[in-house]
Design a protein around this ligand. Structure first.
Ligand SMILES: Nc1nc2c(c(=O)[nH]1)N[C@H]1C(S)=C(S)[C@@H](COP(=O)(O)OP(=O)(O)OC[C@H]3O[C@@H](n4cnc5c(=O)[nH]c(N)nc54)[C@H](O)[C@@H]3O)O[C@H]1N2
Ligand SMILES: Nc1nc2c(c(=O)[nH]1)N[C@H]1C(S)=C(S)[C@@H](COP(=O)(O)OP(=O)(O)OC[C@H]3O[C@@H](n4cnc5c(=O)[nH]c(N)nc54)[C@H](O)[C@@H]3O)O[C@H]1N2
Ligand code: SF4
Ligand SMILES: [Mo]
Length: 755
């Protein structure tokens, strides 16, 4: 076999973006006929999970869009030329801006798990339109954590599981969902080592929980009480890292006072956990040499979401699990996109905007109203909100009510079907792409993936789409571009000089920097890397902000020299490059609060904790006696990135997991069907009886219920779209995170043959 046949790329199915090598073949040489983990990738080092080998399904869907589409009066689509599409989209959005102001044009998306360059290019279009408000999936999972982290640490932190002695996963199942490098290797190493302890908090005996030394099968939604109890035991047993706190934190006293007030036995009872086990766990966490912890959707999409994020951060701080190997760190990032304690409010509801993102759960309220500041138009790019956001029926109504909906996607998704215009994008294998989810420490890597093949006739990369929209909107003209193009022809130094003197001092031009880079620097790059031109701007920013870390990675000199060297290294490293080498002590310098200290005392959240501990016992609505977790990550789920149901080698129907006790009471077996009803909707689902489930808790996978064309010109829908069952009102009081893991539900058996 000729080694040169293998081409480097990355898996795009989760945010790990493991390096892959692929061999192309099949029709037109456009299929991935062989795939394997890329050992040269600095982070994944050859690792890949089972999903990566099904990547060929991504760009060969029957619902791939190959030409711009325009909605007709009767609701059907017609194919139009790109020139027409760009002109009409610019005209319609321009008209909305001129009539109602640019702030009424909402931007949603910008990239999924592996494609973050569209978001960078869209900044130019948004600026040209004066669009102010935006959101994406982070605003229905991570904004509570971001908000709390920024108030306490002035930064977002991540954890070093490779070197910890105690690992804690809170509502997170990394065996399937990954999110940490080489997840299964790392988990098995921790589980196997008698000197290390794996602690998992999950109502389900998840695959990760099955490996754990300590599994805390918390009652669904009981995590806040569990954390309160754990912290209270730490305080009472003098397991608090006082030396660390004296040096690095303020506001300890009110926190200690609140925790001393917690009734540990009562809190354990509310969490549904054995008090002795909770006390033993507190001892393990408190005595850890290095504690690494990760909270995810099981708690972030549950009740008390933001409070749990706060209590989790108190646990990190009170155990001194920050700034040393095996604990939490603040990485060097190329884009500060997890930034920001709440700044600003959404225009209609007045919801807190965190990290620049409007909470997803308020979008329908900000559209379906007669408020003068309501959103009137929307650009959706690389996202599928009609499927992924709460209450799909209401989301469809909101999207349909807009003056103009423009969707930029590779496929005719649930959202694209509602659009006035669908602009077809080249896939992530047909253009240069990259993700900004780089969070490793101390050696942090970035991977610019060259395209594997040109797109078919029709789709364009987002860089080109936004550049054309910008031209049609009059934001960038030839007179601006010509001198930069000329400078680019004289080499990188001349280009840098021209960019610094002509573009950087002019805010209007800086707002168009992504397009200017693509149009002027892009043509000088090898064709498979052209869309990566925008990274030059980010390399420059990183060199100015993180010079020392870049220098340790080999990118030294003046900021211009370092940026140039880093940019060249990105272009020349198709398997990824280490761009920053940090030092652990730098974590303390990166605490971004005004006094550089960790702020422990957040009075609003301590008050919420007090109220929680004082609240009466859990009252369930008898009409909905089950808790439904709507959206579990499984072996063959990948949000809605792979739409052909044929990609899934297991759990083809996306079964509802039900405990043996509940299944027996309902009289159903695996493969049987039940009607699942929530306050918002109802669906018939296939059951999988699972000993991993506790009674009263049922779980549906994420990413199913997609409409997909069949061979014969019809359509199938496999499994249930989880958000047909969820409600927008069920959300966190602080930042609006949905309670998707905690939907009150009822089950009824469906007899065979019954509809
Ligand atoms: N295979 C696969 N991997 C993925 C993805 C995918 O679609 N498929 N998506 C990626 C994305 S976008 C994300 S955000 C991550 C999410 O990754 P995770 O958060 O790990 O994924 P989930 O399976 O949604 O939820 C994790 C766990 O929360 C548990 N849980 C439910 N209710 C509760 C509760 O009340 N308390 C506690 N403590 N736990 C509870 C569930 O039983 C489940 O095991 O995964 C990423 N990785
Ligand atoms: N009930 C419930 N709902 C959930 C969740 C849950 O657990 N439960 N999980 C939530 C979470 S954590 C997340 S992250 C979201 C994910 O939901 P979304 O953010 O809406 O994204 P995806 O489903 O990943 O869809 C990605 C889209 O990008 C398109 N795409 C792929 N490649 C390209 C490209 O190169 N260019 C363009 N323009 N488009 C491309 C795909 O066709 C797809 O339509 O879902 C959320 N929704
Ligand atoms: S962990 Fe699996 S799904 Fe995630 S990027 Fe790596 S190979 Fe792909
Ligand atoms: Mo996510």
């Amino acid at each position: 076999m000729d080694a040169s046949d293998w081409q480097p790329t990355a898996c795009i199915l989760c945010e790990c973006n493991c390096g892959m090598e692929v061999r192309l073949g099949g029709e037109g040489g456009r299929h991935l006929v062989r795939t394997r983990g890329d050992r040269r990738h600095p982070v994944s080092r050859g690792y890949a999970c089972e999903k990566a080998h099904r990547l060929d399904f991504y760009q060969h869907g029957r619902d791939r869009v190959l030409a711009p589409l325009r909605r007709r009066a009767d609701g059907s689509f017609e194919t139009i030329a790109w020139d027409t599409a760009i002109r009409e989209v610019a005209e319609r959005l321009g008209r909305v801006r001129d009539t109602h102001g640019g702030a009424s044009i909402f931007y949603y998306g910008g990239g999924g798990q592996a494609n973050h360059l569209p978001g960078a290019h869209a900044t130019a279009t948004r600026a040209a339109l004066g669009s102010r408000y935006r959101s994406n999936a982070l605003a229905q999972e991570k904004t509570g954590e971001m908000w709390v982290s920024h108030r306490m640490f002035g930064a977002s932190t991540r954890a070093d599981f490779e070197h910890c002695d105690v690992a804690l996963f809170l509502g997170k199942n990394p065996w399937h969902s990954h999110s940490i490098p080489r997840a299964r290797v790392t988990l098995k190493e921790i589980a196997r080592d008698p000197a290390r302890t794996l602690v998992v908090v999950d109502p389900r005996q998840s695959e990760t929980a099955a490996l754990a030394d300590i599994h805390l099968p918390v009652r669904p939604g009981g995590d806040a009480w569990l954390l309160a109890a754990l912290l209270a035991v730490l305080v009472r047993e003098e397991l608090v890292a006082h030396d660390f706190l004296r040096a690095h934190a303020t506001g300890l006293e009110p926190v200690l006072e609140a925790l001393r007030a917690v009734d540990v036995a009562a809190a354990c009872a509310r969490a549904g956990l054995d008090e002795a086990l909770v006390r033993r766990t507190a001892g393990v966490l408190g005595r850890a040499r290095a504690l690494a912890s990760f909270e995810d959707l099981g708690v972030q999409m549950g009740p008390h979401s933001t409070l749990v994020s706060y209590l989790h951060r108190l646990l990190i701080a009170l155990t001194g699990s920050f700034g040393k190997p095996g604990s939490h760190f603040v990485p060097t990032t190329l884009v500060p996109f997890t930034g920001g304690a709440g700044k600003g409010k959404s225009p209609v509801v007045g919801a807190t905007i965190v990290g620049g993102l409007v909470p997803c759960n308020v979008l329908t309220e900000e559209i379906l109203c007669d408020h003068p500041a309501r959103y009137r138009a929307m650009i959706v790019e690389a996202a599928n909100p009609a499927h992924s956001l709460a209450d799909s029926a209401r989301m469809r109504a909101a999207l349909a009510s807009l003056d103009t909906l423009v969707v930029i996607d590779v496929a005719l998704t649930e959202t694209a079907r509602l659009a006035d215009y669908v602009l077809p994008a080249a896939t992530q294998l047909e253009k240069a792409e990259a993700s900004f989810f780089n969070f490793e420490f101390p050696r942090n890597a970035f991977h610019l993936r060259p395209r594997l093949m040109p797109p078919p006739e029709g789709p364009l990369c987002e860089a080109e789409i936004h550049a054309r929209l910008g031209a049609a909107l009059g934001a960038v003209d030839e007179a601006t571009l010509a001198p930069l193009r000329e400078a680019a022809s004289r080499g990188r130094a001349a280009y840098a000089e021209a960019f610094m003197t002509r573009v950087m001092p002019d805010p209007r031009l800086m707002s168009q920097a992504s397009t200017i880079l693509y149009r002027t620097l892009g043509p000088t790059l090898p064709e498979p890397l052209r869309e990566g031109a925008v990274l030059y701007g980010l390399a420059l920013r990183a060199a100015l902000k993180h010079g020392a870390s870049l220098a340790r990675a080999g990118f030294a000199g003046t900021p211009l020299e370092a940026a140039g060297a880093l940019f060249d290294a990105m272009l020349a490293s198709p398997s990824g490059v280490v761009f920053a080498v940090d030092e652990w002590r730098e974590c303390f310098e990166r605490i971004g609060t005004p006094d550089g200290q960790i702020h422990l005392d957040l009075p609003d959240l301590l008050e919420t904790l007090g109220a929680l501990c004082a609240s009466p016992a859990d009252v369930r609505d008898q009409a909905f006696p089950f808790v439904l977790s709507a959206g579990e990550r499984r072996s063959f789920t990948a949000n809605t990135i792979l739409r052909d149901p044929g990609w899934r080698l297991a759990d083809a129907m996306g079964a509802l997991a039900v405990s043996p006790t509940d299944a027996a009471a309902l009289g159903v077996a695996s493969g049987g069907r039940v009607r699942l009803t929530t306050r918002r909707g109802s669906a018939v689902v296939t059951v999988e009886v699972s000993a991993a489930m506790q009674p009263g808790h049922v779980s549906l996978p994420n990413g199913l219920g997609l409409r997909y064309p069949t061979d014969g010109g019809g359509e199938t829908t496999t499994g249930v779209a989880p958000n047909e069952l969820t409600a927008v009102e069920d959300r966190d009081p602080f930042v609006g995170t949905p309670w998707h893991k905690h939907v009150p539900a009822r089950l009824e058996r469906v007899a065979p043959g019954e509809a």
